[in-house]
Design a protein around this ligand. Structure first.
Ligand code: NDP
Length: 256
């Protein structure tokens, strides 16, 4: 029995146009799932779609701005017009707004929460009824190690990011407790530092890299695809009795 097998499953992935979400969509297809990939940049989604199709799985690319309820509602309707069900939701779309309490604007604060928290809430709100009806569902929320650890260096301070990613952990435990009775698991993942579009600027900094590598027990940043194992675990029957957990995939940076 392969506990990680996703054959016959349908996975919806937000933030699937690049980075961790794009990698996860491909990993889902490798594990046997058909996917619906959501983001704003359709040209990038088309690239991921082709990769999924090359693996022999179905991919549906749907434009979606997770800061808009209408856009989310419409995207879920499109997914359900193509697929008979949704088994897995990976909430991954996110932004990292930098700044401290004194310099972050209300607009940046609201934008961070609209995308990083309200977007996860609304995706779940529109997909949960389908999962409840089927008495089956796996929701994986990408939070961040920055939900529980913060940076003290001026250039790295990201108060809206820390706050919104911590809120994702609360959303996860709340939903997990409420929906466990419907055979739905809800868990969160806290990636450490991975080089993606979001972190390109930081990754360019020699000082940051040197400092980070000195702090993290693994001595390096995460490599592309290294979050996939935990995402697949939490999206498959391998984690059937794992509920409301927050698992960091961070080379140990959260424990030092
Ligand atoms: P990327 O910048 O590569 O990916 C971000 C994704 O979010 C893109 O697909 C983007 O798609 C999507 N997105 C952003 N805003 C919106 C929006 N309004 N509507 C819909 N989609 C949106 O970064 P990562 O892959 O690194 O980030 C993915 C997740 O992982 C985020 O939640 C991030 O916080 C988290 N994370 C990343 C870490 C890292 O070190 N890289 C560490 C910890 C957590 P598009 O622009 O096409 O809409």
């Amino acid at each position: 029995m392969n506990l990680f097998d996703l054959s016959g499953k349908v996975a919806v992935v937000t933030g699937a146009s690049s980075g961790i979400g794009a990698d996860a969509a491909i990993a889902y297809a490798e594990a046997g799932a058909d996917v619906a990939i959501l983001a704003r940049r359709m040209e990038k989604l088309e690239v991921v779609k082709r990769k999924v199709e090359e693996l022999g799985r179905k991919a549906l690319a749907v434009p979606c701005d997770v800061s808009s309820e209408e856009s989310i509602k419409h995207a879920v309707e499109v997914v359900l017009s193509e697929y008979p069900k949704i088994d897995i939701l990976l909430n991954c779309a996110g932004i990292a707004v930098r700044g401290g309490v004194e310099d972050v604007t209300i607009e940046d604060w609201d934008k961070s929460f609209d995308i990083n928290v309200r977007g996860y809430f609304l995706m779940s709100k529109y997909i949960l009824p389908v999962m409840v009806k089927n008495n089956y569902g796996k929701i994986v929320n990408i939070s961040s190690v920055n939900a529980i650890i913060a940076d003290k260096y001026d250039k790295l301070i990201r108060i809206p990011y820390n706050s919104s990613k911590a809120a994702v952990v609360g959303l996860t435990t709340g939903m997990a407790a409420a929906y466990a009775k419907y055979n739905i698991t809800v868990n969160a993942v806290g990636p450490g530092f991975f080089i993606t579009e979001m972190t390109t600027e930081m990754a360019k900094s020699f000082v940051f890299k040197k400092m980070y590598n000195a702090i993290v027990p693994a001595g390096r940043a995460g490599e592309q695809g290294e979050v996939n194992g935990t995402i697949l675990y939490l999206s498959s029957d391998a984690s059937k009795y794992v509920q409301g957990q927050f698992i960091c995939v961070d080379g140990g940076v959260s424990i030092v």
